[in-house]
Design a protein around this ligand. Sequence first.
Ligand code: MV4
Length: 495
Amino acid sequence: MFDKVLVANRGEIAIRIMRACRDLEVKSVAVYSDADKASLYTNYADEKYPLGNPSPQQSYLNIEKIIDIAVDSKADAIHPGYGFLAENPEFGKECEKNGITLIGPSGDVINKMGDKITSKQIMKKAGVPVIEGTEKGVSDIDTATKIAEDIGYPVIVKASAGGGGIGMRTVYEEDELIRAIESTQSVAKTNFGDSTVFIEKYLEKPRHIEFQVLADEEGNVIHLADRECSIQRRHQKLLEEAPSPIMTDELREEMGESTVKAAEYIGYTSAGTIEYLYDNGNYYFLEMNTRVQVEHPITEMVTNVDIVKEQIKVASGKELSYSQNDITVKGHAIECRINAEDPFAEFAPNPGKITAYRSPGGPGIRLDSGVYANYTIPPFYDSMISKLITYGNNRNEAILRMKRALGEYIVLGVKTTIPFHKAIIRNPNFLSGDLNTHFIDDNKNKIYEEMEVVIEEDLEYVNRLKSTFMPAKKIAAISTAVGSYLNEAKKKQPK
Ligand code: MV4
């Protein structure tokens, strides 16, 4: 096992990784920008080293600085978390040159899975279902027209180098095809420096279901079942659950087998995720994420496997602690991503000082947080401040616990997505498990109406807190903050 691991990330995921290190009795090293000197993770680590200027390019994306710190601190491995350098093959090469283990898959696999056409070709060869469409890039319009006609409209034009929802256009009739191809090519060229595009059948109301993979260096590959990730807004997930409400033992067996086959075929190591689109009883490979994901805790809750711990163990050359037969899905878990964003202003980031903070607790609650009372959220990075995860023996119990936990959770001073989550958790379509990737758009009006109700309930709750530990002055401040939020919310109702 490693003696010391440097965590090349910040916020809640940095703490999550350091917790796994501590459980393994491995020392952890934090790197922090000037904006993260007072962050929770910075001071949780056994050692901390400054990165200087807060700009991501100069701090958490600065390969040279991070490698230098790893060498100086005598760390034998680096965990990149998600985002930043997590899927950067260049970083892996630099680690290798300096004799440092990168906790993650090989650069070769990252490259292959980063290209949508390549990954789709590979998965097709591996025998994993893929969406009907072109197997290569298309550029001439005659070929494109013929292909689209064969597949049948609607089709979708996608950039091979695309990501985060950038470089995608749906086409409902032939007239729109040329323009869609040209515009996707141009967007792809600008954003990714590669104008290659391909065409697929467009699935109109699919679910996004993904499978967690773990693989060691001995060739052992297992899957940790499914997560339902359909509830997202502009390609940012808001709420995830495990298992998917539509999952059956048979479908899990089949999709799990596909997942393991896919990972085996590419010689995958470490933790990873295979994303599928599920439509009408069929599932199709969408892409592979070659990192540990934000939503990994819901899988940890229902499988009882510590994914980050396993990831560190396999990177140190140990075998996986589990075989497929050891893995069962028990109960249900839900995660709400709590962002410092204003749901009444198009989810604009709302950094600033957290003036009052109270964590939820009790049975079935897990809070992976990167913040604390009086902490100031810096404006330079992602707006996620914590992940609230609940577990129950079944979906209904997990939902009721989420309702309770969201109700207990107080974050004041900055606007958060908590009221939005409260509204989702009461939505009838959510409650019945009727989900697809258009859930937020399709339920928008209902969600915003419900938010008014939940904010009024927040006000009542804060008033009841008067007899608790908080000084009267603080209670007054909270009441004012919640009250003004309610007024604003009423003004900003979308048409
Ligand atoms: C699709 C699709 C429907 N049909 N492909 C969005 C992100 C990118 N990685 C792939 N995406 C989609 N590809 C076909 N052939 C719908 C989406 C999609 C989506 C997928 C997963 C989760 C949320 C989504 C939201 C909008 C569109």
